[in-house]
Design a protein around this ligand. Structure first.
Ligand SMILES: *Cc1c(COP(=O)(O)O)cnc(C)c1O
Ligand SMILES: [Zn+2]
Length: 388
């Protein structure tokens, strides 16, 4: 049972059927699932959520899966929102929330997108899936594909953190290490998928990972009593989280659960790979590919994203901003959050802390504002990369 009605292109407004397998729109844009807001509103009330399981499937009316038997779940989502009082005091702000995505089944928020995408793949009768990954997506897909009984093919850069390589192999994926970056991995899949019969689960090249990531926006709203924070800082690679949360907020407004007020959405990237920041600062609608991308934050090592224009649109529409930080700042912030809050942040999450520190220093974030940051994965997955 789903209230999804169809799939639409946010750029050219072309419409597509839910019953078929889709990749990008012929115009090159990612595709969005649409829902019947009236039906959702009639089917579910805020108070109904209280009795639901603590995973992202509590928002089933907002997801495109038709039959519950096709759900492929390991308990992903509904991660805790932790108030960081000691860190907030040090940074001089009153309210700081950490959404701790390390507590997902494979230790990163990639599980949200891949639980939903693998469930939809199962529902559409797909048997083989493939993914290019900068790290965590590969491990996550491998786990969900194993649970669904599907064959999975994972392509990662050779210098991806060891934990990501090891977990993918332990979950039974066919793992290929590639000389190059995630985009080079994506090219190999694009060349081989037709002959091999693979469903390509590249970021935003199918419409369902976005739906899974969208649940972060629904959770933030629910966990904060349907009052969104003033600022959300998001470590941005392919951009599913940024675009997904924004989509989720729009759907919540459509059914009347929140008003028109939105957080200012901040995109943080690494100094060594910051295509979105460069495009934002240059007033551009598209981002040029980043040459020689380099950062310990492997999830941010995405030199070119198909959804660049959608991310830039969200940042601007929200009156947010974009900035990059150095690897050294990330390492320093991992230590600071560990010491102050007892959370072992990944470098990507720590980039958010570094961005927060800069934006409060500059006065862009006021001491009275409510801020939300993410720990997008467990620091434990980066031991070799960080402490070699
Ligand atoms: C993938 C990833 C990101 C970036 O997420 P997008 O939604 O693709 O922008 C950030 N942090 C970690 C740990 C990741 O694995
Ligand atoms: Zn289109």
């Amino acid at each position: 049972m789903t209230f999804a009605t169809d799939i639409v292109c946010p750029r050219c407004r072309n419409k597509f059927s839910l019953a078929k397998v889709h990749s990008l729109c012929p115009c090159g844009s990612p595709l969005f699932v649409r829902y019947d807001a009236k039906k959702i509103r009639r089917a579910v009330k805020k108070s109904d959520l209280k009795n639901r399981p603590s995973d992202l499937w509590r928002y089933r009316e907002f997801l495109p899966l038709r039959a519950e038997k096709n759900r492929v779940s390991l308990g992903e989502g509904f991660t805790p929102l932790i108030e960081a009082k000691r860190l907030a005091a040090e940074l001089g702000i009153r309210k700081l929330w950490i959404k701790d995505e390390a507590q997902n089944p494979t230790g990163s928020f990639k599980d949200r997108g891949l639980s939903v995408a693998v469930s939809l793949a199962k529902e559409l009768g797909i048997k083989k899936v493939a993914i290019p990954s900068a790290g965590n997506a590969g491990g996550s897909l491998s786990a969900y594909a194993a649970r669904a009984g599907m064959e999975s093919h994972v392509f990662m850069p050779r210098d991806t953190p060891k934990a990501n390589q090891i977990e993918a192999a332990r979950y039974g994926a066919r793992l290929t290490l590639v000389e190059g970056l995630i985009n080079d991995c994506g090219k190999i899949i694009a060349e081989r998928k037709a002959a091999e019969g693979w469903f390509d689960l590249s970021t935003l090249k199918e419409p369902y990972r976005l739906e899974g990531k969208k649940t972060m926006g629904l959770e933030i709203a629910e966990q904060l009593g349907w009052k969104l924070p003033d600022v959300i800082i998001y470590p941005t690679g392919g951009g599913t989280g940024l675009i997904g949360m924004w989509k989720g907020f729009g759907e919540l407004e459509e059914i009347g659960w929140i008003g028109a007020r939105r957080p200012r959405m901040v995109s943080v990237q690494a100094d060594g790979c910051a295509p979105i920041v460069r495009a934002y600062n240059g007033g551009k609608e598209r981002a040029e590919p980043w040459v020689d991308a380099r950062t310990i934050a492997s999830g941010l090592r995405v030199p070119q994203a198909v959804a660049d224009f959608l991310m830039l649109g969200v940042i601007r529409a929200s009156k947010g901003t974009a900035l990059s930080v150095s690897d050294a700042e990330m390492v320093a912030e991992i230590d600071r959050v560990g010491r102050l809050e007892g959370l072992f942040f990944c470098p990507e999450g720590a980039a958010g802390v570094a961005a927060l520190s800069r934006l409060t220093g500059r006065g862009w974030i006021k001491p009275t504002e409510t801020v939300l940051i993410f720990n997008t994965a467990s620091g434990l997955k980066y031991i070799d990369a960080l402490f070699a």
